[in-house]
Ligand binder design. Structure first.
Ligand SMILES: *[C@@H]1O[C@H](CO)[C@@H](O)[C@H](O)[C@H]1NC(C)=O
Ligand SMILES: *[C@@H]1O[C@H](CO)[C@@H](O)[C@H](O)[C@H]1NC(C)=O
Ligand SMILES: *[C@@H]1O[C@H](CO)[C@@H](O)[C@H](O)[C@H]1NC(C)=O
Length: 478
């Protein structure tokens, strides 16, 4: 199978950045920072090794990298999918080679976290963050009969397909080969196979997790089933996943194609998109498209300059969900168009402004193992609306961010006015101001909070870890 890059939008790697005590100055949120090499000039004035990085280095001498270590440090920092994540300069990077080393690191970090919470009550006051880099957890091991595949928590989908292609196997996986397995899978994950077997998370048989206590545990249908379910969309709120065991199945070739059209065809494209989603959701098996087929994804792009420069990994996402109502789809497209002239006015260099519409059938979410996304009650076909934006210069950050947010809010307001909106927000595309867990419904949100409290009672994942979407626990102060 080929995990071809169908398009450039995808998930931010949530899991990999498990940073403790991140410096206020360097942390820029999950959003919105421009393409710029991480400022490793900073390596000439590196942050002073903090107490915690010293104790990590003495416990794990071969697995801790300081900014002074230059090349490998830079490589580690450049491995994040989204540019903005690369701009966080930690005091050190821990790159464990085994789950035991990771466990040791987490144990030390948790102790430090507990002490600092005791002393200052403000963890952010301590300078010097720590990034845990899982890139050495990259095994891909199919079982003898191909019915399951063990995938390391730090692997990328290209690593997975490379191994599985040779065996004529596939798993429900990401659609862009450069994306990490961990973040995509923990946030749900839409796959080319979703119409047939469901979301990526719904095909995970078991997880190996390092909990905040440092203990290594398994989450599966028979062991810790609550954690097993919570990890299917609950993101990095419970521990660090070191291995996923995914369902495997035979697969041969995948065909995909692109169709480019001039923008005067937009209204036809919108109408056809609506119709194809409608057809896919009808109960009648005779008219339903083959569930081996997926798509179409409709993308609309405004490209400021078709010049020489292409900015690759500098993205901001924001998303909303609407029902497959023609007025909703038209409103989404209109809001996208409305934003173009203000964006053009600021002359944001390198700007590429893209609206993506993709079918999202609630029945897909119910295939495979149960997840807490709260989409079991209805068959209304949904459309995930998302924006991906690239631009060059940091002076435009705020403007682009505000424009994106305003556009999403306009789409939501139009749908709400007609009673055709939907609460679901696909976590992997959410902007930092959005609240994906709210969109899972109250009961599921509370379930996730409860599971997080049970497996991470001190709230290391909630308050000690920067990055990702938190569960907004209010009553678990240590
Ligand atoms: C933090 O304070 C509590 C009580 O105030 C104490 O029981 C605990 O041992 C302290 N933890 C650390 C790591 O100092
Ligand atoms: C995974 O893919 C990355 C990117 O191509 C590559 O650098 C790395 O060596 C691969 N890892 C393995 C274990 O194949
Ligand atoms: C509400 O629905 C009607 C009928 O489908 C449509 O004409 C109208 O434009 C919609 N309004 C909004 C705000 O989407």
């Amino acid at each position: 199978m080929t995990f071809q890059s169908l398009s450039a939008y995808t998930t931010i790697i949530l899991l990999l950045i498990i940073s403790i005590y991140l410096i206020r100055h360097f942390w820029l949120g999950l959003g919105l920072k421009v393409a710029k090499k991480p400022d490793l000039a900073l390596a000439s004035h590196p942050p002073k090794p903090s107490m915690i990085s010293k104790s990590l280095a003495s416990a794990l001498p071969d697995s801790v990298i300081f900014p002074r270590g230059a090349a490998s440090f830079e490589q580690s920092m450049n491995s994040y999918w989204a540019q903005q994540e690369c701009e966080v300069i930690p005091a050190c990077v821990v790159r464990p080679r085994t789950v035991q080393e990771l466990s040791t690191a987490v144990t030390l970090l948790k102790r430090e976290y507990a002490e600092s919470s005791n002393n200052s009550g403000d963890k952010l006051a301590i300078k010097g963050g720590v990034v845990i880099d899982l890139s050495l957890f990259c095994e891909v091991t199919p079982s003898e009969d191909g019915s399951s595949v063990i995938i390391g928590g730090g692997a990328k989908w290209m690593n997975v397909s490379k191994v599985l292609d040779e065996r004529g196997l596939a798993v429900a996986g990401g659609r862009n080969s450069a994306v990490g397995v961990g973040g995509l899978t923990l946030g749900g994950g839409v796959s080319f196979f979703s119409p047939r077997i469901g979301l990526v998370c719904s095909n995970i048989i078991s997880y190996e997790v390092v909990l905040a206590s440092g203990s290594v545990t398994t989450a599966s249908a028979s062991e810790n089933p609550d954690l097993w379910r919570a990890l299917k969309g609950g993101s990095n709120n419970f521990g660090i996943v070191t291995r996923f065991t995914a369902r495997g199945s035979p697969s041969t070739r995948i065909w995909s194609g692109f169709l480019y059209m001039p923008s005067f065809q937009s209204s036809k494209v919108l109408a056809d998109f609506h119709e194809s989603v409608e057809r896919a959701s009808l109960g009648d098996a005779s008219t339903k498209p083959d569930n081996h087929a997926t798509g179409p994804l409709a993308c609309f792009s405004y490209i400021q300059a078709l010049g020489l420069k292409i900015v690759s990994v500098n993205l901001v996402f924001a998303t909303t969900t609407i029902t497959n109502d023609p007025a909703n789809i038209a409103a989404a497209h209109a809001a996208y168009c409305d934003a173009i002239s203000p964006l053009r006015r600021v002359k944001a260099q390198g700007l590429v402004w893209t609206l993506v519409l993709q079918p999202f059938l609630q029945e897909w979410v119910r295939l495979g193992y149960a997840n807490p996304m709260g989409l079991e009650d209805s068959n209304d076909p949904l459309v995930i609306v998302s924006f991906t934006v690239n631009w060059d210069e940091s002076r435009n950050d705020e403007f682009v961010k505000a424009t994106t947010r305003h556009t999403i809010e306009q789409i939501e307001a139009a749908a709400a006015a007609n009673g055709t909106g939907h609460r679901f927000r696909y976590l992997n595309y959410c902007a930092e101001w959005q609240k994906p867990f709210e969109g899972y419904g109250k009961e599921n949100w509370e379930f996730l909070q409860e599971v997080s409290r049970r497996y991470d009672p001190e709230g290391l994942s909630q308050r000690g870890c920067v990055g990702g979407f938190k569960l907004d626990l209010v009553d678990s102060e240590p």
